[in-house]
Design a protein around this ligand. Structure first.
Ligand SMILES: Nc1nc2c(ncn2[C@@H]2O[C@H](COP(=O)(O)OP(=O)(O)OP(=O)(O)O)[C@@H](O)[C@H]2O)c(=O)[nH]1
Ligand SMILES: [Mg+2]
Length: 380
């Protein structure tokens, strides 16, 4: 069980020491099935010797990952239980699981910091299959921005070139990439994946030559193709500054160039992004020193309703029920195999109990908040 993870304030961690040199956080994003997980595995293999990557899996719904993750969200939150307990569908379950994980952002950040101290130069983060779960959720933003204010952070957008031969799909992919770039405001690299199946030169042609793209979609006479045509003109500026690299996550082709491009992105972070983040941190520090803002205007706007769990607040009455587990923090395994199995079983049961009690406490707390609110409203 993940004991030994002290509760460390994110603010203190961030503001007192500024942005560190290592590890560089590489957030791997991309549409479902684009090859993020396979890409992560290959990236780890190719970077192992030089950058000794620390590996994080943030996909709560995957069955298996083809790499040894140092931090795995599945050790913290049981996605199937979340679906059952909160009566959610698969996507709601993933979002909620990610939200629960994010309540331990401070501890997660601390694990990444310690990894940097132990000589991991990179931290590679694999994300959930449904891209919007990470890119448009509060927890995705907290994780991305939290990391970017502590460590050099870049985004690698994995794009399936085989699926992008259709101009409309290509445009959808590019619009997604563009929206993520502007949302995260971080150095951005597009990995054109699966080049063992499909040569990626057409993507580069379409990005640099508007007429080539027009020709390709001449066949498609529809409203969608009209929209695509207009969008391709709009995206011109986006393409100009976009860094791309053809790779095959399966065969490893293109990874030498990819590593060089990642290093270029890191240099870009240091040059262009770090000063901005540091300025923001200083502003926050000054704000904190000035104390909390008065909230007397709230009454005019309506009744203040208590929000959900704070980033650093433990869930009410939950004790240790959400935790992070990572090698090094897990107690030494027993030598005897039989004992190991028994320990595994006991650990599994304890984790289950912890999880159940967390969910139960959370539900009870929510209910009592609702009761209290109702009581207050019913009073004249
Ligand atoms: N031929 C080929 N297949 C690939 C490549 N990269 C990934 N795949 C295959 O594409 C499928 C999806 O790969 P994943 O790595 O699971 O993709 P993902 O984006 O992590 O998928 P989700 O997390 O479910 O969204 C698998 O069958 C992989 O074997 C590649 O470079 N070449
Ligand atoms: Mg995956």
């Amino acid at each position: 069980m993940g004991d030994g993870v002290e509760s460390i304030k994110l603010e203190a961690l961030t503001l007192s020491e500024g942005i560190r040199q290592a590890p560089v956080c590489i957030i791997v994003l991309g549409m479902a099935g684009s090859g993020k997980t396979t890409f992560t595995r290959s990236l780890i293999q190719h970077a192992q010797e030089k950058f000794n990557p620390y590996v994080v899996n943030l996909d709560p719904a995957c069955r298996e990952v083809p790499y040894a993750a140092h931090v795995d969200i599945r050790d913290t939150v049981n996605y199937r239980e979340v679906m059952k307990q909160y009566q959610l569908g698969p996507n709601g379950g993933i979002v909620t699981a990610l939200n629960m994980f994010t309540t331990k952002m401070a501890q997660f950040a601390e694990l990444v910091r310690r990894a940097g101290e132990r000589g991991h130069k990179w931290c590679v983060i694999d994300t959930p299959g449904q891209i919007e779960v990470f890119t448009w959720s509060a927890s995705g933003s907290i994780i991305t921005e939290g990391l970017a204010t502590m460590f050099p952070t870049i985004v690698v957008y994995v794009m399936d070139v085989q699926r992008s031969v259709c101009p409309t799909t290509f445009m959808s992919n590019m619009l997604y990439a563009c929206s993520i770039l502007y949302k995260t405001r971080l150095p951005f690299l597009v990995a054109l994946n699966k080049i063992d199946l499909q040569d990626c030169s057409f993507v580069l042609d379409w990005m640099t030559d508007f007429e080539a793209f027009q020709e390709a979609q001449e066949e498609e006479q529809s409203f969608v193709s009209n929209l695509t045509r207009t969008m391709s003109l709009t995206l011109d500026t986006f393409y100009e500054n976009l860094s791309t690299c053809g790779v095959s996550a399966k065969t490893g082709v293109g990874y030498a160039q990819l590593l060089t491009k990642i290093l270029d992105c890191v240099a870009e972070y240091e040059r262009d992004y770090k000063p901005v983040y540091e300025k923001k941190l200083q502003e926050r520090l000054a704000q904190n020193a000035a104390g909390p803002k008065p909230v007397d205007h709230v009454e005019e706007d309506g009744v203040a309703v208590p929000l959900g769990l704070g980033l650093q607040d433990p869930p009410p009455n939950s004790g240790n029920s959400v935790f992070l587990m990572a090698p090094g923090l897990v107690p030494q395994a027993a030598e005897n195999e039989e004992e190991e199995d028994m320990e595994e079983d006991a650990k599994g049961t304890a984790e289950d109990q912890n999880f159940h009690s967390f969910v139960q406490n959370h539900l009870t707390a929510q209910q009592s908040k609702r009761d209290k609110l109702q009581q207050e409203q019913s009073q004249p």
